[in-house]
Design a protein around this ligand. Structure first.
Ligand SMILES: [Zn+2]
Ligand SMILES: [Zn+2]
Length: 129
């Protein structure tokens, strides 16, 4: 049976469900730094496996030049980065998540003061397809 996780934003106004999470990792690009404070810890999920269960009307989208970013319009919690067929869903909103991180993306752009403390694979930009 596919694993299902639930997530909720800081104010609790938005809740969602994710099925069959594929991988947990970090994106260190400058956009994610601005969006989150440093890196976005996210879970890769097929877009068909993500659904809002509460408060979808609160969700706002910032149409960035790279990927639309979706967040709670009330509390500002980052919810997911829309990569097209997949979403990169902010991991900190899913309290039952117990995957181990398996990648760091966009390491060439990370904040110079941020030291990566684990030994999972690092990619200067994105991993090879
Ligand atoms: Zn909220
Ligand atoms: Zn990023």
């Amino acid at each position: 049976m596919a694993e299902t996780l639930t997530g909720a934003c800081l104010c609790g106004g938005v809740e969602y469900e994710v099925t069959d999470p594929q991988a947990l990792g970090y994106c260190h690009c400058t956009r994610c730094q601005r969006w989150t404070g440093e890196s976005l810890a996210g879970v890769v999920v097929d877009k068909d496996n993500f659904r809002f269960t509460k408060g979808e009307e609160l969700v706002k989208t910032y149409e960035s030049e790279f990927a639309p970013r979706n967040f709670c319009g009330n509390c500002g919690s980052s919810i997911y980065d829309d990569l097209g067929d997949q979403y990169f869903v902010a991991a900190g909103l899913m309290r039952e998540l117990d995957m181990k991180p398996s990648f760091h993306l966009q390491v060439a752009f990370k904040a110079p003061w941020h030291e990566i403390g684990d030994d999972v694979p690092q990619f200067a930009e994105n991993p090879p397809a």
